[in-house]
Design a protein around this ligand. Sequence first.
Ligand SMILES: *Cc1c(COP(=O)(O)O)cnc(C)c1O
Length: 367
Amino acid sequence: MIKITQPIIGQEEIDAVVAVMQSGMIAQGPITAEFEKEFAAFCGTKHAIATSNGTTALHCAMYAAGIEAGDEVITTPFTFVATANSVLMQGATPVFADIKEGTYLLDPAEIEKKITSKTKAILPVDLYGQAYDSDEINEIAKKHGLKVMEDACQAHGAEDNGKKAGSLGDIACFSLYATKNMVTGEGGMITTDDDEMADRCKVFRHHGQSETERYKYYGLGYNYRLTDIASAIGREQLKKLPGFTEARIRHAKLLSDGLSSVDGITVPEVAEGRKHVFHQFTIRVADKFGMSRDELSAYLSEKGIGNAIFYPKSLHIFPQFEKYGYKPGDFPVSEKITEEVLSLPVYPLVTDEEVEYIIKTVREAKK
Ligand SMILES: *Cc1c(COP(=O)(O)O)cnc(C)c1O
C-alpha cells in the first residue's frame, strides 16, 4: 500500500529529542528560541513565534491583528476548517469569497465584492503548497486599509516572485502537524516583520503575560506554547526541508507529465512566478474521464494507492458558518471543485517506481 502521506523522522530528530529530555528543560525554553530564530531567517521575516499548533498560531495572529467581535475577515470556503474557525475564535465574522478555478486559490476579484465598512482583514490560504496571489491581494488590502493574514499552514518554503510564504502578508501562520511539509507532531509558527504584532502573539500564547514580567496580565490569554521537545524535532526538519521540497516538486512533475494528456484529468496549475511546494498533488476528475472522482478514489484504494479528498465540502455549508446566512450555491466554483478534486501521494518517501505505478494505474482506469 502506498500511503497518502508519511512523515520522515531520522536519527537526527531522535538524538535532538533525547538531548532535550536529558537537559531538564522540556517545556518552552532555549531550543524553541533557536527554532524561532532559524524559522524567521528561513522565511525572511524579522520575527517567528512558535505555538502549540497551526490553529493556535492562527488564533494568536487574529488577536495580534486586533480582530474582535463585529469585525469581518474575508477568507476562502475551500480550505481546512481551522482557517475560518480562527475568525470565530475571536468572535468575528468569517466572510467567504469564491476561489479561482485553475489554482483553487482565493480569487482577488471576489474579495473586492465582499469588502464592507466592517472588513478588517483578508485571510488567504496558500492552498496545497501554492502561495496566494500576493500582488493582487496585498494591493486590495492596501487600498482599503486591511491587514493580510496568510494561512501558510501547507506552504513551508513556497514562494511568490522570489518571496517566501510567511513573508507575503502582514502576518502568517504555519502548522507543523504530522502530515505537513515539515513536522513536529503538533506545532505551529507565526511569522511577521511587525514588532507590535509579534509581542502581542507572545503575550497571547502565554496566558496574557509578558514573557519578561510574570504575573502581570495584559488581558485574556491562553497557553499556546510549543515545547522544546517539539522544537528540537522542528530544527532538524527545517534543515531537511529544502530536500523534502525538491522531492515533492520532482514527484509532482513526474505525475503532471504522466497525467496531463489524460482526457478528463486536470493536473495542478502553477501560477506565474510561484514556487509550488506540493503539500498536496491534487488532480481534478471531470465527467469526460468516464469514471467519477469517487469511483477513481475507490479504484486506486483497491490497487493499493492511498488517495484523499481535500476537501469534500465547501466550508460555508457547515453549521458554524451556515448561521451567517450562507446556503448551497453561494460559491459555485468552490462547490464544483469539492466534487472533482482527488489528491495523490507526492511526499518525499514515495519512490519513482511508485510514482510510475500511480500514473499507470490512473491511465488504466480511464474509460
Ligand atoms: C493544517 C492546517 C491548519 C491547522 O493546523 P493544525 O496544526 O492542524 O492546527 C490550518 N489551516 C490549514 C490550511 C491547514 O492545512
